[in-house]
Write a protein that binds this ligand. Structure first.
Ligand code: FAD
Length: 515
């Protein structure tokens, strides 16, 4: 088999392995699933970001965990083959790619696990690493009236893909990111070993793989905490002119006890203009809602701020009870009273809200154009400076898509995972979700992202990139800071030849990891 792999890899153009060689490769790997070579670049060599493209050697559609272990083992017997798990390919910077290596299509394993469990009275679901969160949601709610507690805004992402990063949305202030809401993983390590891990069993692998950017292992199964699913959601947006008032209220809401606040808290910055994408029209929740700019105070600046909150309720709750609970919370906030937008939607509809955006963007062609997105965690101590220069000056006309900003609490994140955060209990996620219109502007937008990061560094802001992307090991070292040594030790233990997730640009494929 090694001879076969070696010959194929050395003698052929990675994108055009002859059919005979593919079937030889398939036989030698002894796969239950399938392997493809020709014409796979469009699927396995691209991602949502649309900024990078590579030629993988082959796309593997494994039937299960054993197939994945076989592929990693086969790669480990060569001197240079790499393996990338591909969730739904929604990375921005080629993180799920393997140039000249094997790409594993995790989606083909999505049906392998779906099992509810009750342990000490708490509910969990065992799901496949390749399952989409939207399917986990629909199945859990329709079958058990239960649902995971922590989400991402958009759910056509895989369980393994978000757990390898963090998984953040408006519930994270209460329950932490998705990485704080799993209790057990099954992982194929870079040594090709299938390992079950948890807080008490193989804990270095468990915590290392969570937020581990795919560097330590391929997550094939996760045990996700569940809670009773509400029926409905009161979804509300309110507008602020002053950043200090917006952040004060957002921070107030995320630091209250459960029952004393909303169930979801997010926010975004928008341009103080009638621009249909970046301005006032982006705020109302329903086509029947009208954003009347006459209510904006004369003192308002170039951008405005929208706090987005939601309260769960049951069909059996009286409308007046929900109204009272909402009013009690809103009356403590200092938004522009006449710029408030409300909608009642089902819980599932609320969680699938970005699906509509996707359908719209697909219809007008924007979904398939490049997305030079930038996600940053910024400490509370630096967020006012960031607003003053980046939002109010550099991005005052918007980015062609949402500019999210909302606070999170460090104490809800487990410091034993591989996720890296700025200092301080309160920090903000800032997400610049650029949708690029037609035209040669992508390079300019990528350059603007670099300019923002450069400015943050120059001004000494306390920040860390989320969904990070760096070109050099030195940058990664800086990103991990005092967690670098622990990360390298974990890498050395679980993927000593740096076979996994080469698209993250961390470690060179080798036989030994050098710190
Ligand atoms: P991929 O992009 O396929 O993979 C990401 C990385 O994880 C790669 O390095 C890959 O090799 C590795 N990987 C994939 N599967 C596994 C696995 N099973 N085991 C180990 N490693 C694996 N993120 C948020 O936190 N909150 C949001 O609200 C949010 N919204 C988003 C909205 C959109 C429209 C998009 C495109 C992205 C959004 N993201 C959000 C980012 C998202 O979390 C990342 O893109 C993430 O990588 C998940 O995408 P994926 O499943 O397609 O993984």
């Amino acid at each position: 088999m090694i001879a076969c792999l070696g010959r194929i890899v050395q003698d052929t153009d990675a994108d055009s392995i002859p059919d005979d060689d593919v079937s030889t490769l398939s036989e030698s790997l002894d796969l239950q699933g399938t392997i493809e070579s020709g014409g796979i670049t469009d699927v396995a060599g691209k991602d949502f970001g649309g900024l990078y493209s590579v030629k993988p050697l082959a796309l593997i559609k494994p039937s299960g965990t054993e197939d994945i272990a076989r592929v990693v083992n086969a790669a480990s017997r060569t001197s240079h083959l790499t393996v990338a798990a591909r969730g739904n390919g929604h990375s921005i910077n080629g993180q799920a790619m393997a140039d000249g290596g094997f790409v594993i299509d995790m989606r083909s394993t999505e049906e392998n696990h779906f099992k509810p469990l009750t342990i000490d009275g708490s509910h969990y679901i065992d799901v496949s690493g390749g399952a989409l969160w939207e399917d986990v949601l629909k199945r859990c709610v329709s079958m058990f009236r239960l649902a995971p507690r922590s989400w991402t805004d958009y759910l056509s992402l895989t369980v393994g893909g978000t757990l390898s990063n963090a998984g953040v949305s408006g519930q994270a202030f209460r329950f932490g990111p998705q990485t704080s809401n799993v209790t057990e993983l099954e992982v194929v390590t870079g040594k090709g070993e299938i390992t079950v891990c948890s807080e008490t069993q193989n804990s270095e692998l468990f915590f290392g793989a969570l937020g581990g950017l795919g560097q330590l292992g391929i997550i094939t199964r996760a045990r996700v905490k569940l809670q009773p699913a509400p029926d409905m959601v009161r979804w509300i947006r309110v507008v602020y002119t002053e950043f200090e008032e917006f952040t004060r209220d957002a921070e107030f809401l995320v630091t209250q006890e459960e029952g004393e606040s909303f169930d979801y808290v997010e926010g975004f910055v928008f341009s103080n203009s009638d621009d249909p994408i970046n301005g006032w029209p982006s705020v109302p929740l329903d086509p029947d809602h009208e954003f009347n700019p006459a209510y904006i105070p004369q003192t308002a600046g170039s951008v405005l701020y929208c706090l987005e909150v939601a309260l769960h309720y049951r069909n059996s709750d009286r409308p007046s009870t929900v109204d009272t609970a909402v009013s009690r919370l809103l009356e403590r906030l200092g938004f522009i009273q006449r710029l408030k937008f409300e909608l009642n939607v089902s819980y599932v509809e609320f969680l699938l809200r970005v699906k509509q955006v996707e359908e719209h963007a697909k219809a007008n062609g924007n979904w398939d154009r490049p997305h030079p997105w930038l996600n940053i965690f910024i400490s509370k101590s630096s967020i006012v400076d960031f607003d003053r220069t980046v939002f109010r000056k550099m991005l005052k006309d918007g980015v062609g898509g949402p500019m999210l900003i909302y606070p999170l609490l460090r104490s809800k994140w487990d410091s034993r995972t591989s996720v890296v955060l700025p200092e301080g209990e309160i920090f903000y996620i800032v997400a610049l979700l650029r949708f690029v219109p037609k035209g040669p502007t992508v390079e300019k937008l990528v350059a603007q992202n670099h300019e923002i990061i450069k400015w943050c560094n120059k001004e000494g802001l306390d920040f860390k990139l989320y969904l990070p992307h760096y070109q050099s090991k030195e940058d990664w070292k800086r990103h991990f800071g005092n967690q670098w040594t622990r990360f390298v030790e974990r890498k050395t233990s679980f993927d000593p030849m740096a076979i996994l997730a080469p698209g993250q640009n961390f470690f060179k494929r080798t036989h030994i990891i050098k710190p």
